[in-house]
Design a protein around this ligand. Structure first.
Ligand code: ATP
Ligand code: FE2
Length: 322
């Protein structure tokens, strides 16, 4: 079976085609703001303008009549962006005469990670711009055991980077600078129960930037924030008595975060997994794969139920597969 998936919850616009075994095609055309953060309206205009040519690129590699289902990111995300994607998916499904499957974006990050990294029953640390969650399967649902109380770690990195005059996306730039950091400056370490918070840290780091080297700000920020994420992931492992950690989401590309999680896993005799980099951040292949998984387990989204779900939670999906 072959599935086409469209991702477009925020800045990323991406179309992927997969079968049960592999990614057959993947094309992306991200919206990059000229300055400042992401404006939902501008991002959605970008998606509307570019989605046609992205389809052309995909269909130069796979034949439209080979597609069996059309999957799309139904939420969570920015309403205007989600609507462009849902409309395109409905039109394509109708045109091809194939079923439509609405996919939860967070679930797609987890499932593509399990698929390509071959983790069975992991504690997943999902870290992206808008989301930061510690997730594990309990029975027929995924549960969120810990999450950010304010902004996602990626947005925190991007916000700090912007303040320090760096270009968007800021995460990779902070990672580079942090490698040359020499002094650690204390920043607010905020873990409450199993939840964490980053906005106080951003404010404190911005203050720090006015008096110390930018490399040290980047280094101190990463060390503090990633230690918080590692601590909560470790506590979930211990509490649930699991022995696998899966890292997904755009921030998962960060080598310092990977290193901290690996060390923690070694200390606990657990295994660390991460999908290839191109499947870590937002991508159409993760939507296609999860749509395929859902469809083969009885899911289909009739057009009248295909309205976007900006607040869609991973817990809302019944998981019918192993
Ligand atoms: P979601 O909708 O799931 O919140 P997203 O729209 O934020 O996802 P992702 O591709 O999952 O998209 O993540 C993007 C984030 O990842 C950005 O905030 C970016 O700065 C961050 N990022 C990318 N590479 C790195 C890196 N090497 N280190 C730290 N952060 C990174
Ligand atoms: Fe994402």
């Amino acid at each position: 079976m072959i599935a086409l998936g469209i991702e477009g919850t925020a800045w990323s616009l991406s179309i992927g085609v997969v079968d049960e075994k592999e990614v057959l095609a993947l094309k992306s055309d991200p919206y990059i703001p000229k300055e400042g953060g992401i404006h939902p309206r501008e991002a959605s205009q970008h998606h509307a303008e570019r989605i046609g040519s992205l389809f052309e690129k995909i269909f130069s590699e796979v034949r439209p009549d080979s597609i069996d289902i059309v999957a799309f990111s139904q939420g969570p995300g920015m309403g205007p962006c989600l609507r462009v994607v849902a409309t395109a998916a409905r039109v394509l499904a109708l045109k091809l005469g194939k079923p439509l499957v609405g996919v939860n974006h967070c679930l797609a990050h987890v499932e593509v990670g399990r698929w390509k990294a071959k983790a069975k029953n992991p504690v997943t640390l999902y870290v992206s711009g808008g989301n930061s969650q510690v997730i594990a399967r309990r029975g027929e649902h995924y549960r969120v055991f810990g999450e950010t109380l304010d902004i996602g770690i990626g947005n925190a990195l991007d916000k700090l980077a912007r303040y320090m005059g760096l270009k968007h996306p800021g995460g990779p730039r902070i990672e580079e600078l942090a490698k040359d950091g020499k002094h650690y400056y204390e920043l607010p370490y905020v873990v409450k129960g199993m939840d964490f918070s980053f906005s106080g840290m951003v404010t404190a780091a911005q203050r720090l930037y006015n008096s110390v080297a930018i490399e040290d700000v980047a280094f101190s920020f990463q060390e503090t924030a990633f230690a918080m994420l590692t601590e909560v992931t470790e506590r979930a492992l211990a509490y649930l008595n699991l022995d696998e950690v899966l890292l997904v989401g755009g921030v998962g590309a960060n080598s310092r975060l990977q290193e901290m999680l690996k060390t923690m896993c070694e200390d606990r005799n657990a295994r660390f997994y991460a999908p290839p980099k191109e499947l870590m951040g937002d991508n159409g292949a993760m939507i296609a794969y999860t749509g395929l998984l859902m469809y083969t387990h009885g899911y289909e989204t009739p057009v009248e139920e295909s309205a976007v779900r900006p607040d869609f939670r991973i817990e809302d999906v019944e998981i019918r597969w192993d």
